[in-house]
Design a protein around this ligand. Structure first.
Ligand SMILES: Cc1cc2nc3c(=O)[nH]c(=O)nc-3n(C[C@H](O)[C@H](O)[C@H](O)COP(=O)(O)O)c2cc1C
Length: 171
């Protein structure tokens, strides 16, 4: 697991190659395996491969959408905000599980934050809801862009880790 965690980097440039059906299924399973508070399972995933839709999603946020330009697969991580008061935490775990399975498969991904972000004229969450026809009660956490890596990034090493962030027994 530590090797996967060290190798996972945000990949913002992908090749033209599509993600295979088998890999897609594994990535979806990883998202669905995420635990949720009180096992309420408020998280839902929207799997998007349509190029025009992905282009429309790019316009849902002013900055930070570069990886959508080349990604062949995007998963929107959304959650029923009326089903759980901690849907943000639940959705974050699902998004993380997805990114880790992607790395395990040798693919790359980037988390594109939508909650509390803005498009040109509106809130990013509202903009994504419109594009993907998501009901209002669903919070939109993030889009995960996924594909075959077309950039090299160095894995993290132990020397990169800031152990001063870890305290023992007391703050
Ligand atoms: C909550 C969250 C929001 C993020 N939002 C974006 C984003 O909107 N666009 C983007 O390109 N990367 C985004 N990232 C990726 C971070 O920029 C990236 O994880 C960080 O710079 C560390 O780089 P690494 O992922 O290669 O380790 C986000 C990451 C997290 C955890």
């Amino acid at each position: 697991m530590l090797d996967i965690l060290k190798n996972r980097r945000s990949i913002r440039k992908f090749t033209n190659e599509l993600v295979s059906k088998e890999d897609k299924e594994k990535i979806i399973k990883a998202g669905l395996l995420a635990p949720s508070s009180m096992n309420k399972k408020p998280v839902e995933l929207i799997v998007i491969e349509n190029k025009e839709t992905i282009e429309r999603l790019e316009k849902c946020k002013k900055l930070g959408t570069l990886s959508l330009k080349t990604s062949p697969l995007v998963i929107a991580v959304v959650a029923d905000s009326e089903a759980s008061d901690v849907w943000v935490e639940d959705a974050s775990i699902a998004a993380t599980f997805i990114q880790l399975e992607v790395e395990k498969l040798g693919l790359g991904s980037t988390w594109i934050q939508m909650r509390r972000r803005e498009a040109e004229e509106k809130d990013s969450e509202i903009a994504v809801r419109e594009v993907l026809e998501i009901p209002n009660k669903y919070g939109v956490l993030a889009l995960i862009s996924i594909g075959h890596k077309d950039e090299d990034k160095s894995p993290y090493e132990d020397g990169d880790l800031d152990f001063s962030k870890v305290r023992y027994e007391k703050f």
